[in-house]
Design a protein around this ligand. Sequence first.
Ligand code: IPM
Ligand code: MN
Length: 369
Amino acid sequence: MTEAVNANRVVVLPGDGIGPEIIGEAVKVLQETIRIFGLKIELQEKVAGGAALDSTGEPLPADTLQACRSARAVLHGTFGGPQWEDYPLNKKPLSALLTLRKELDVYANLRRARPFPAMLEKAPLKKELLEGVDLMLIREVTSGIYFGPKESGAFGRGIKASDTMLYSDFEIERVARQAFAISRSRRGKVTCVDKANVLECSRLWRKVMRDVHRDFPEMELNFMYVDDCALQLVLNPRQFDVIIASNIFGDILSNVVSGALVGSVGVLPSATLGEGSRTSLFGPIHGPVNEIAGQNLANPLGAILSTALMLEFAFGEGKPATVIENAVEMVLEDGYRSAELMVPGARQVGTSEMGDLVVEKIRAMTAAK
Ligand code: IPM
Ligand code: MN
């Protein structure tokens, strides 16, 4: 943990499936933004996931992990494919992402849902429900059932398998602090989502949340069971400001948040943060969608918006971040859509055209100033 972080470096991990295509567009947008704003940021590409597995035998080669550790930020694509489906978890491409979260100790995964006005008309939920929705889901990603002891094997005459949801108080406390701190610059309401009626682990979450809340008395804290939350998110999403959840509950809820509230898992970016100036992680939340890989059909907006989060959270460059976000919004307002978001009357564009359109808007917005 003593190595110096290169404060200007971003390591780019395109990954598998549609990863290289969408990250290609994100890099296109990022590089243009870096040029226009004269930012001192350099990109370094490294291999991870299935491609790394095939060439080195490891989903996250030591050299890639080392490069990530010494960078300020990592921009990742998507990992996995049918050819690696039956590999054990530690040899699966997606373990590159899990290992990165653990090794970089980036525990707070931020997924923000603000439906795009241009997409409201055709959103899966009624427009009246979605107007004004602005919520931040904070998901713990270095512990819980993803990382607890696992077992599977013969048991008597059958087979048994187990995964353990395990949290220690300090793991909950540090992410709880992030959640309260983030809610301070928002509407000041934190909802802890759990299953405390059944799970011991959730009862510990509640205790620690209440303890940490004492340091943030001006914030409101409430609790909700995860099954109820899944329903409340589609019945009345405006009630939420900051949601905090354990690894698995946050994983499940974030697809409700992105698919049902924003319109597609393809447009949601994420930021994964640890302590202060350490490396942080950015990337889309969707999978590798191997069926459409290489066909210029994938939606690059989740990846592109991840670069905006990166500029804001890793480099403190709020203005260029907003320019990217506004450019995306304007492209959607102009009626351009990727295949999976197509609606009658919209104009379907491929992955690279979508990236070009965002770049054009950025140029237009910054030239006008
Ligand atoms: C996500 C993804 C990952 C997760 C997978 C790829 C391991 O679904 O970021 O939501 O479950 O955390
Ligand atoms: Mn997920």
